[in-house]
Ligand binder design. Structure first.
Ligand SMILES: NC(=O)c1ccc[n+]([C@@H]2O[C@H](COP(=O)([O-])OP(=O)(O)OC[C@H]3O[C@@H](n4cnc5c(N)ncnc54)[C@H](OP(=O)(O)O)[C@@H]3O)[C@@H](O)[C@H]2O)c1
Length: 297
């Protein structure tokens, strides 16, 4: 099998490359289908997904069986102030890939976000719940989903949330840095969601992608918390002496208004390949042990 990974320098792109190389992680071993697979890993320098002609030419020449799109503009506040760029990368980019996938009969996995929802629910969102993004980032990601769905039936849309991987920047690394530097932190306690380890997400993407169970999937860590709860666990597992105090969204004063409640229910996974996502605290603890051992070597 030939797999094209776009946005391969990012958190998820790196994790998928590593998993396809090692063929296993803490969740298990990959299905036989991935043995000896050929991986073409590209980021914006090699393939800018916003360029339709370039994307079409590249995919026509390389003929992957599966395209996994990890490329995105993920800076939520940055998307708010540069909506055109957000739309280009998060909506037109995936459309270009999906149109080329249709042309060449490839399957496509496109990764999306919990921020496609309004965030005012009182229970976890299922895949069929109505989308109503409240940020420019969420709106651009929702447009991307719709464009992929319209372009080809052989699509898997994987919505995830609060993602962290070993390579790249994320909330866990930021909290560890600030905790060490400042010894006291204030973190938002009125937004709830699901922290997700990239390894767990990557494993489930690859389980689903060899099936023909196309459609939208939610794929997040088990259990929900606030950013404040998340930060407290990060500090605790990292053994950093630091106090963490709660604050409100209003006090945090960020440009983009985040959804208050964006917890996801992994229903489609449960009904198909199985939901083996780990409890968020378990996956976080292992991640921090890995970070520690990388930093201490
Ligand atoms: N991070 C989260 O908390 C989170 C939460 C929910 C959903 N998601 C979704 O999960 C997916 C993976 O996220 P991630 O955290 O792995 O993202 P990431 O670390 O920001 O990686 C995205 C990669 O895409 C590249 N890229 C940007 N514009 C591109 C273009 N025009 N063409 C090709 N590549 C381009 C980026 O390069 P540059 O760095 O040079 O821009 C970066 O290497 C995304 O779809 C994201 O929306 C993420």
């Amino acid at each position: 099998m030939k797999i094209l990974l776009t946005g391969s320098n990012g958190q998820l792109g790196n994790t998928l490359q590593e998993l396809l190389k090692t063929q296993e992680n803490s969740l298990g071993t990959l299905p036989e289908e991935y043995k000896d697979c050929e991986v073409i890993a590209v980021d914006v320098e090699q393939l800018d997904i916003t360029n339709r002609n370039e994307v079409s030419k590249f995919i026509d020449e390389n003929r992957p069986d599966l395209i996994i799109n990890c490329a995105a503009m993920t800076n939520v506040d940055g998307c708010e102030t540069n909506r055109e760029a957000a739309e280009a990368v998060n909506a037109h980019g995936p459309e270009n890939l999906a149109l080329a996938a249709k042309e060449t009969n490839a399957k496509i996995v496109h990764v999306s976000t919990d921020y496609v929802f309004r965030g005012d629910a009182d229970k976890p969102y299922v895949e069929t719940d109505q989308c109503a993004p409240v940020t420019a980032y969420g709106a651009s990601k929702r447009n991307g989903e719709l464009k992929v769905i319209a372009a080809t039936e052989k699509h898997f849309i994987f919505r995830t949330s609060w993602l962290y991987g070993l390579i790249g920047n994320n909330f866990v690394k930021t909290i560890r840095k600030f905790a060490k530097e400042r010894g006291a932190l204030t973190v938002v306690n009125d937004q709830r969601g699901n922290p997700t380890n990239c390894e767990d997400l990557a494993y489930h993407i690859l389980l689903a992608a060899i099936t023909q169970n196309y459609g939208v999937y939610h794929c997040t860590g088990k259990g929900e918390c606030t950013w404040f709860d998340f930060a407290k666990k990060i500090v605790e597992y990292s053994n950093i002496p630091c106090t963490v105090d709660p604050c409100t969204t209003e006090q945090s004063n960020r440009p983009a208004k985040r959804p208050a409640y964006s917890s996801l229910d992994n229903r489609h996974l449960r009904e198909t390949v199985g939901d083996h996502m780990r409890e968020w605290t378990v996956a976080l603890k292992e991640y921090i042990q890995k970070l520690d051992s990388i930093e201490n070597n």
